[in-house]
Each structure stands twice: as structure tokens, then as C-alpha cells.
Design a protein around this ligand. Structure first.
Ligand code: FAD
Ligand code: FES
Length: 512
């Protein structure tokens, strides 16, 4: 579907002084190589460098160019599945360790901000879960009891509702001691600290292959090879998928708008409603006004084409609750990696013990990534970690088996696309600045017509496991409906599990 609404960059993109780093140009031998310069990779490299490990971080984009640059950076222990469901899926001990690790992650971020004097708008505040219209108060009562049971003793049930300035959100749970920050300013501070401690950072360096031998080698698009005793894959979606991480994670796109509100018209707060998918809310100061940030409208990656409607629904929702909301200043989207039990997958790879992963961080990747860094840094230093077992990637899918099966069926059904025609009958139907899948079967082509009218053709088969990609006219990307790989308009891979760009197609460039 043709998109009429043009998204903007995220609210963070122009307000951080991000250091830039050159690509790797020669072979490198290092003790620990960390792939990914988002919050997971940089936090891990920071903690390892602090312990005296020689580290190198490699990323194919700039610092924070992945989903950490698109996050809303609520720093919270309010887990996606809630504590009632977490206790059901992982037991009461599991729920307790979940709460403990997330609260420790908030403290860790605060401590790093203080120790490194990172000016990143970090602030503590209350977080709320409030009832979505149509949900019964019982939902909140159950979650209240489960949160208390998980050790979050200060959580409060506000049956009469929560009022923030003139805004009434209805019955809610209050979680004290949550936080928010500016994610790119935080990453900039981590990068500088890593460098100061002797760590190296290389941007513009795409890793194409991980060879997990006694010394792990990483191959790059431009040739240099990295040898490391230990590798941490902090690429959000793992790039070595031989072990099937992609079948244990459901990738979803989520949408955000930022609305102008008068400065100080709302206090700092975090909020989530009980809808599925949920809405999420925070405030960010900007110049002479504040920005009310609202997100939600998630859907499985590659399985929707009504992005304009999603932005409009978010705006309607925002205006229904927040009468002071003015002009929409920002609209952006990004991807979240949802594990089936709502907890990240963190630790040594199942069959390659020198390769560690941090993935499946769900919608609360600030804390999950920080927990990932704490666990992996301990594991590499051979120090026992109390949360390692909870988050191990080796765990069975617990009682979320039904969800695993239904996800498997959803993926299988995507392959029937190979038996159907393309999104348009001919390339002539593709307007400038847009794309579509054309043709039949395995010869399907992902055709993008640039603003000058030139057509760029790539194979439409995802380089992960061969599903047919779909055109996302809002983000101008090719999205894979199977396991969430994304490619730019020209077929260059943005994120895995696909290891490589979309393959060349016949007549790669043209004007038809
Ligand atoms: C719109 C939105 C709102 C969100 N809101 C919140 C929130 O309020 N609170 C919260 O806690 N979480 C939130 N999340 C989730 C959170 O942002 C993510 O979980 C988190 O940023 C993931 O961090 P990461 O470091 O794993 O990934 P990324 O930031 O994506 O970093 C991974 C890096 O790996 C690099 N990379 C990938 N493949 C390769 C390769 N082959 N070679 C070299 N480099 C590679 C990428 O370029 C990227 O820079 C939100 C996410 C989105 C999209
Ligand atoms: S992401 Fe798995 S086939 Fe595309």
C-alpha cells in the first residue's frame, strides 16, 4: 500500500554528539570481539574493559545506528509479559530473579551515568501500568499480587486511578524507581569510556561470517579478518543462526509518535496500558517545549501494509488521553525481538562456547541489554552470575510451547507466497520512491524505483531461509515476514538473521 505519511528520524537523532569511528582495514587479533554498537554491545564492551579485558567493538553502521537509536528508552522493570505470566512461564523463582535483575539493571545504568559523568538526561521516576479500555480491574489486581510476589514490595495498586497534571489514566499500578534517558547520549558516553580504557571501536565494518573454532574468526565484507578468543554477538537479531535463534524469537515492528506539549505540562513518568499490543508513553525535554512520546501498534515484521493507519491510530489514542498534545513532531518505527517467554536469551551459544549472544530483549531492551552485559562479562571472567540460568539461550521454551507452534505455522504459511504472483503485475506500476515484489516463484524480484525513476532489482528471496520479502512503503525497506530480517531499498541487509544483502537479479538497474 502506498504511504502518504512520511516518517521522520527519531527524536534522539539530532541531539547527541556521537563520536565516529573508521572501518577496520587490516586483520585484527583481540581477546574479546563484540559485534554490535548498540546498548547491548557497548555495555558489554564497557564492563569487560573495566575488568581489564582487551576488547574491540565492530559495527556495520554508526554508533547507535540500530534499534537503540530508535528506542523510547524507558528504563524499567515492567516486563512485557507482566509478572503474573512470567511466574506461570518461568516459576515464582524465575519471576523473582526477573524483577531483581531488572531493578539491578536500572541501578547499573544509573551508576555508569554517574561514574562516567554521562550527560544523558537520566532521571528516576514512577512507572505505571494502567487499564486499557475494556480491560477489567482484575487484570491489575492479579499483576499487583504477582509483582509483590516477585519481590517488588513497593508496587502500589491505585484503584481510584492515577492523575498526572490534568490527565486521568484510570486505575493503575505504580512502580517506583523507574527511569528514562537519552539513549544516544548514553551510547556516546559508553563509547568514550571504552576508548579511554584502551578498547577499540570500528564502524562501517560488516561481519559476514562467524567461524567458531578454538580461536573464533569473524569475516568481513571488505576483507579484514578478526581473530578473538571470545566473541559476543550483540547484533539484536543473531547473525549466526545455525542454532535456530530466529525460530525462538518473533520479530515485530513498533511505531512511535512524538507530540509537542508545553514545557512542564506533564511530570516525568513512564506508562504502559494493558492492551495487546500495549501503548507506551514517556516525556522528553526539547528546547522550549517537551515532547510527549507515544508508541505501540506493533505487528509481526513484514506482515502489515497499513503503517499510515497505525500512526493515525496512535495520534487518536494520544489525543484521547492528553488534551495538551499539539503538533506531531516525530514519527518513526523500529524492530523489537520478542522471545517466547518474554525474557532475553543471554549467554554462551549452545554449541560454540566461545561465542556469546544477547538477543530477544523484547520491548524492554535497555534493562535486558544491561542484564546481558552483566551476565556475559561475568561469564567471560569466569565469575558465577545469579541470573545466568534464568536467561540462558539453552533453555527449553517452557510452557509457551503453544506460542512456539503457532509461530512455526505462521512462518510455514509465508512460504506459500512462492506459489503466488507478485505485489504488482508489472514494474510499470511502481511509482518513483516506491517498491514492489514482481514475478513468480523463486525468480521473484524486489524492484525499487528511486526518486529519479531508475529501477533497482534484487532477488526477492531473503538470504536467511528464502522467504519472499515484502515492501514497507513507510520505512522504505524490504522486510522478511518469516524471521524479521530487513533490507534497505537497494537490498543491503540492515539486520539479521539474514547474513547478506538480497542477491543480484537479472537486469539489476533499469528504467522500465
Ligand atoms: C520503537 C522502539 C521503542 C522501544 N522502546 C523501548 C523502551 O522504551 N525501553 C526499552 O528498554 N526498550 C525499548 N525498545 C527495545 C530496545 O530499543 C532494543 O531492545 C535495544 O535497543 C536492542 O539493543 P541492541 O544493542 O541489541 O540492538 P541494536 O541497537 O540494534 O544494535 C545492534 C547493532 O548491531 C549491528 N549489526 C547487526 N548486524 C551486524 C553485522 N552483521 N555486522 C556488524 N554489525 C552488525 C547493527 O548495525 C546495530 O548497530 C524499543 C525498541 C523500538 C524499536
Ligand atoms: S528472516 Fe528468515 S527467511 Fe527471512
Amino acid at each position: 500500500m502506498q504511504s502518504q505519511i512520511t516518517p521522520t528520524a527519531s527524536v534522539w537523532s539530532t541531539s547527541a554528539d556521537i563520536p565516529s569511528y573508521a572501518p577496520l582495514t587490516t586483520d585484527l587479533r583481540v581477546r574479546v570481539a563484540v559485534v554490535g554498537a548498540g546498548i547491548a554491545g557497548l555495555s558489554t564492551a564497557y564492563m569487560l574493559a573495566k575488568r581489564g579485558f582487551q576488547v574491540a567493538v565492530l559495527d556495520d553502521g554508526p554508533i547507535g545506528g540500530g534499534d537503540t537509536g530508535k528506542t523510547t528508552a524507558q528504563v524499567t522493570c515492567i516486563v512485557d509479559k507482566g509478572y503474573a505470566e512470567t511466574a506461570e512461564l518461568r516459576g515464582e523463582d524465575g519471576a523473582r530473579l526477573t524483577a531483581e535483575s531488572h531493578m539491578a539493571a536500572i541501578d547499573t545504568i544509573e551508576r555508569i551515568v554517574r561514574d562516567e559523568a554521562i550527560d544523558c538526561d537520566f532521571a528516576r521516576m514512577d512507572g505505571y501500568i494502567f487499564l486499557a479500555s475494556g480491560d477489567t480491574p482484575r487484570t491489575l489486581v492479579d499483576e499487583f499480587e504477582a509483582a509483590k510476589g516477585a519481590g517488588l514490595r513497593d508496587v502500589e495498586l491505585l484503584s481510584a486511578g492515577v492523575t498526572l497534571s490534568d490527565v486521568h489514566l484510570g486505575p493503575a499500578l505504580r512502580f517506583p524507581q523507574q527511569a528514562h534517558f537519552h539513549p544516544l547520549k548514553y551510547l556516546a558516553g559508553l563509547s568514550r569510556a571504552i576508548e579511554r580504557m584502551g578498547g577499540q571501536i570500528f564502524c562501517g565494518t560488516h561481519i559476514t561470517r562467524v567461524n567458531a573454532d578454538a580461536i573464533v574468526t569473524l569475516e568481513t565484507t571488505d576483507g579484514p579478518v578478526i581473530g578473538a578468543d571470545t566473541v559476543v554477538l550483540a547484533t539484536h537479531m543473531p547473525i549466526n543462526d545455525a542454532l535456530g535463534y530466529s525460530t525462538r524469537i518473533r520479530a515485530a515492528l513498533t511505531y512511535v509518535i512524538g507530540l509537542h506539549i508545553p514545557k512542564g505540562s506533564l511530570p516525568n513518568f513512564l506508562a504502559f496500558d494493558t492492551a495487546d499490543p500495549y501503548h507506551y508513553v514517556r516525556i522528553q525535554a526539547e528546547g522550549d517545549h517537551d515532547v510527549l512520546i507515544i508508541g505501540g501498534e506493533d505487528h509481526k515484521t513484514g506482515q502489515a501494509d497499513d503503517m499510515d493507519q497505525r500512526y493515525l491510530r496512535l495520534e487518536r489514542w494520544a489525543r484521547a488521553y492528553f488534551p495538551m498534545a499539539g503538533e506531531v513532531l516525530y514519527r518513526w518505527s523500529g524492530e523489537v525481538a520478542n522471545s517466547f517467554d518474554g525474557l532475553a536469551l543471554i549467554g554462551p551459544d549452545i554449541v560454540s562456547p566461545h561465542v556469546y549472544v544477547i538477543t530477544g530483549q523484547t520491548g524492554i531492551g535497555m534493562t535486558h541489554s544491561t542484564i546481558g552485559a552483566l551476565i556475559v562479562a561475568d561469564q567471560i571472567a569466569d565469575i558465577p552470575n545469579p541470573w545466568a540460568e534464568l536467561y540462558t539461550p539453552m533453555r527449553a521454551p517452557a510452557r509457551s510451547l503453544g506460542e512456539v507452534v503457532s509461530e512455526g505455522l505462521n512462518v510455514l504459511s509465508q512460504y506459500t507466497e512462492l506459489l503466488k504472483g507478485g505485489e504488482v503485475a508489472s514494474e510499470a506500476e511502481i511509482p518513483a520512491g516506491s517498491g514492489a515484489v514482481v514475478g513468480w516463484g523463486p525468480t521473484k524480484v524486489a524492484a525499487y524505483r528511486d526518486d529519479q525513476g531508475v529501477l533497482h532489482r534484487r532477488s526477492a528471496l531473503c538470504t536467511h531461509l528464502g522467504c519472499v520479502v515484502t515492501w514497507n512503503d513507510s520505512a522504505k525497506t524490504w522486510d522478511c515476514p518469516c524471521h524479521g530480517s530487513r533490507f534497505d531499498s537497494y537490498g543491503k541487509v540492515i539486520n539479521g538473521p539474514a547474513p547478506a544483502d538480497l542477491s543480484r537479479a537479472e537486469g539489476e538497474r533499469g528504467t522500465r
